[in-house]
Design a protein around this ligand. Structure first.
Ligand SMILES: [Zn+2]
Ligand SMILES: [Zn+2]
Ligand SMILES: [Zn+2]
Length: 321
């Protein structure tokens, strides 16, 4: 027994899929011809969490519901056909004592309704490696077909998200203040600013590390890019351009200050110590104080990081051979 099922794409040609990993369940869209022709049966990658599973385990809840409905309809239809046939036999075999007539009413006809799709989404990602097209809401890290993780795209998305967050701080403060008191809402906003500072630097660190490896065989660690002069020297030694190529001295000093602050926030909960003062040359604090992250600083940090990462992007994408 085989129930015929037809799968169709949305208007743009995309097809819904859902990650089978129970903590993820990320729903994404993939270009239906890529799904049919490129993606392997054995291994499909979740764009969000990177989980891999065979190609038959990516049905969305909606698609499974539709398929169950189709199967139910199909079964009803088959049963009715059988009943109809058997009654026809009886009436044909009827004798003079028995006269059975069966008039079939309107049968439910089995239509293979195409399995529903969510409406089309705006963001379309084309894999740099295999050109598979995916469409997502939110952040995607991996290509479903080859598992490729695009450093540039992920970095740009993270930075964009943090930028939006910083730009909506006043609005957020207003909303939070209606729910909580002024004290709590101010703390929450301060927390967002501090988190943004950490996030910008860790996104950059990952970006610089991955970019560095693009055209260079030297073994480096992500932590090498957590310290401004170390990262700069690596690029100077292996790509012949240091951060000075892209940033002013003032910007480099500022970057160093922010990187040191991030370090202090991560490892000493922002409590100023001697080591921090020595490494950062920060004269605005003394030992024992707690750092306060200002919005203006974080916005400036974002700008400087964007400038620096553009330079790194250009340099590491040049073919050096
Ligand atoms: Zn997933
Ligand atoms: Zn790919
Ligand atoms: Zn690029």
């Amino acid at each position: 027994m085989e129930i015929p099922i037809e799968v169709v794409s949305d208007e743009k040609g995309y097809f819904d899929r859902e990650c089978p990993h129970e903590e993820c369940e990320f729903v994404f869209k993939i270009y239906i011809l890529d799904w049919k022709n490129k993606v392997s049966d054995e291994k499909v990658y979740c764009p969000r969490c990177g989980h891999t599973a065979p190609s038959d385990s990516w049905w969305t809840q909606g698609q499974l519901d539709s398929m169950r409905d189709i199967a139910r309809q199909w079964a009803i239809n088959e049963v009715q056909k059988t009943i109809h046939e058997s009654f026809k036999k009886i009436s044909r075999n009827s004798n003079k004592y028995v006269n059975i007539k069966y008039k079939p009413g309107k049968r439910i006809s089995f239509q293979n309704n195409p399995i529903g799709q969510l409406e089309e989404w705006e963001l379309i990602i084309t894999c740099e490696q295999c050109e598979t097209k995916t469409s997502v809401i939110g952040t995607a890290y991996f290509c479903p077909c080859c598992g490729h993780n695009s450093v540039d795209r992920v970095f740009n998305e993270s930075i964009g998200r943090i930028e939006n967050q910083l730009n909506s701080l006043d609005e957020m403060q207003g909303i939070l203040q209606e729910i909580y008191n002024k004290d709590t809402s101010t703390n929450m906003v301060q927390n967002i600013i501090e988190t943004s500072l950490k996030e910008i630097i860790s996104a950059f660190q990952k970006f610089a590390f991955e970019s560095f490896k693009k055209n260079c065989k030297k073994t480096v660690r992500p932590n090498d890019f957590q310290i401004v002069y170390k990262g700069s020297n690596l690029f100077r030694d292996y790509y012949e351009v240091s951060y000075e190529e892209w940033l002013t001295n003032e910007e480099i000093d500022f970057l160093n200050l922010m990187f040191q602050r991030r370090h202090l926030l991560e490892h000493n909960n922002g409590m100023v110590d001697d080591m921090y003062l020595n490494k950062s040359n920060d004269t605005t604090y003394r030992v024992g104080q707690r750092l306060v992250s200002k919005k203006e600083y974080v916005i400036k940090l974002l700008k400087v990081i964007k400038k620096l990462s553009e330079g790194i992007h250009k340099t590491t994408n040049l073919n050096l051979n």
